[in-house]
Every structure is written in C-alpha cells, then in structure tokens.
Design a protein around this ligand. Structure first.
Ligand SMILES: Nc1ncnc2c1ncn2[C@@H]1O[C@H](COP(=O)(O)OP(=O)(O)OP(=O)(O)O)[C@@H](O)[C@H]1O
Ligand SMILES: [Mg+2]
Length: 284
C-alpha cells in the first residue's frame, strides 16, 4: 500500500477538519424517526473530537496525552519485487477506533500480518504501546496486546462456541503441564474461571446462550461475532478487525458497528478495522 492508494485512517485529517463525521447512521436515524426506540444498553455514538499532538497525527482528544497504542513509522514490506506496503505511517490512540481503507490488493491485510508478526517488515518500525516490536514473534505480540480477526473466518469449527473463546483465554493463564495432567485444584479453579469469563465475553454479543453450540453450525454473522469474542478473550490493547462486516446484511452490520463502539467503551481498548464501506467506517 502506498500513500497515494488510500487514506489510512478513516478519521483522517480532512474529514475531521471538515466535520464530516456522522454520529449515527441512516438506519439509526430511520429507527428513531419510526419511533423504534433503541435498547437502553445500546452504545451511543458520539462525535469524537480529534486533536493533533506535537507529532501532527490526529488522535482523539482523550488520548492526546497518552502513549499511542500503535505507531508505525515508514513501515514497508516487499514480496520479491512487489512492494506490498510502502512507507506506512500510522498512529492509533489508546481508545481510538480507526479505519484502514484502500482498494483491493492495496496491502491492508498485509499491514495486519505485519502488526501480528506473520511477516517481519522489510523496513520501518512498529511501536506497540511505545515498545518496539522488532524481533517479537506472533505469540509475543499476542501476549503484549494485539489481537485480530481474519478476512476469512478462522474458527475451530468442530469445537463449541465456549471452547473457541477459552482458546483465546489461554494466553493469560498460568496453569502448568503437571497441574493440567493431574487435574490439580489449581486446574479446576482456572477451568471455573475460564467458564465464567468465557460466558461474560460471549455476553458482549448476547451469545452466552450459544455457548454449547458447535461453532461451525452457527450462522455466518454469528461466526464473525464469535471470532471477535475470541480475539477479545486474549485481553488485547489493540483489536484488529479485517473486514468484520463482510457478508453481513445491513441490520447485522449496523449492530456490529454499535458493538464495536460498546467494546471500545467497555474494555477501554483501541480498534483498527479494515473496511470497504466508507459510510460504515465514517459512521463510527
Ligand atoms: N505472502 C505473500 N507473498 C506474495 N505476495 C503477497 C503475499 N501476501 C500478500 N501479497 C500481495 O500483496 C498485495 C497486498 O495484498 P493484501 O492481501 O494485503 O491486500 P488487501 O488490501 O488486503 O486486499 P483485499 O481488499 O482484496 O483484501 C497483493 O498484491 C498480494 O498479492
Ligand atoms: Mg485483505
């Protein structure tokens, strides 16, 4: 992805200055007009005031004095002769929801692969919460706080919904091999904790009732949501969502966007999402 191929952050300077960001979407407005009151717990989308700290990147005002959760400087990767990502500069504030947009093949997914260390960059630096991630591998950046979903859903299809979430939880629990093999009290304790936590997380998307369902049997939209819950289970500081609304119908998409705002508010994390639908990105 080159600088010319797209705006990297949907809340880019021009849009923010022009005040073109919308607080809600057309459906929400239509619902209100039709008297369909939104549920009380529905996330309210607020206009975020963006400010430019000394380094000239725009971040939400509330994050301006905090170390950005992500900073990419002159990031690039070549695949043979192909410069898939070239000179990407990006900053994401601690509780910011940012969008990565660009045409097909621009290098958006490759950026996620760089951030999660599926690939090591050919050039440039990635700072996570101020820490240089050079030399880190995928497992390490996961522990340090980056979680992702995939453009094509990757769940453990034959496992239950709850077990898929527990897999995400595993990177935070210290349960040694022996306590696992002998099912020591500590093992049971963490199993109980896992169960409770998995249900809490599923509840974010009202999916606790699906805990025992086989993941592969869920409808497509629910599988996409489950993937987000599993990513959340790793306790990230930064959640990367690769086209989370792909294949969803407009109602599901609208709910998803509300839920992304809710997740940010509840977990106080940052979200970087890839999305083709500009309206949708600008809506949050
Ligand atoms: N492992 C790889 N080896 C060689 N080329 C690759 C590799 N991964 C990605 N590319 C190339 O890098 C470019 C960017 O691909 P990428 O998947 O990041 O695009 P994208 O912006 O996510 O596109 P889309 O919107 O279609 O998902 C493409 O030309 C792709 O073929
Ligand atoms: Mg892609």
């Amino acid at each position: 992805m080159t600088r010319d191929e797209g705006t990297y952050k949907a809340q880019g300077e021009r849009a923010a200055k022009a005040g073109t960001r919308r607080e809600g979407t057309y459906k929400a407005q239509a619902d209100r007009a039709a008297g369909n009151a939104a549920p009380a717990e529905k996330a309210t989308r607020r206009r975020t005031k963006m400010v430019a700290p000394p380094n000239n990147y725009l971040v939400p005002e509330r994050d301006a004095l905090l170390t950005p959760v992500l900073e990419c400087r002159h990031l690039g990767i070549d695949f043979g002769g192909l410069k898939a990502v070239e000179d990407l500069n990006l900053m994401v504030g601690k509780t910011e929801i940012a969008g990565l947009i660009g045409p097909n093949g621009a290098g958006k997914t490759t950026v996620f692969n760089l951030l999660t260390k599926v690939y090591q960059p050919t050039r440039g630096t990635i700072l996570l919460d101020g820490q240089d991630t050079a030399g880190m591998d995928t497992a390490r950046v996961s522990r340090e706080g980056i979680a992702r979903t995939f453009q094509n859903i990757r769940l453990f299809d034959s496992l239950t919904v709850e077990d898929n979430v527990k897999i995400g939880l595993h990177n935070q629990v210290e349960c040694g091999m022996w306590s696992g093999i002998f099912r020591a009290p500590r093992y049971w304790l963490s199993e109980q904790e896992f169960h409770k936590r998995a249900l809490e997380l599923l509840d974010v998307f009202n999916m606790a009732d699906n805990a025992d369902d086989i993941a592969g049997s869920l409808p497509y939209g629910a599988q996409r949501r489950l993937e987000i819950v599993r990513a959340l289970a790793t306790n990230p500081k930064l959640l990367l969502l690769d086209e989370p609304a792909a294949g969803m119908n407009p109602v599901e998409t609208e709910e998803l966007m509300d839920n992304i705002v809710k997740i940010r508010d509840q977990f106080q994390i940052a979200v970087l999402l890839i999305e083709h639908d500009m309206d949708l990105v600008m809506g949050i």
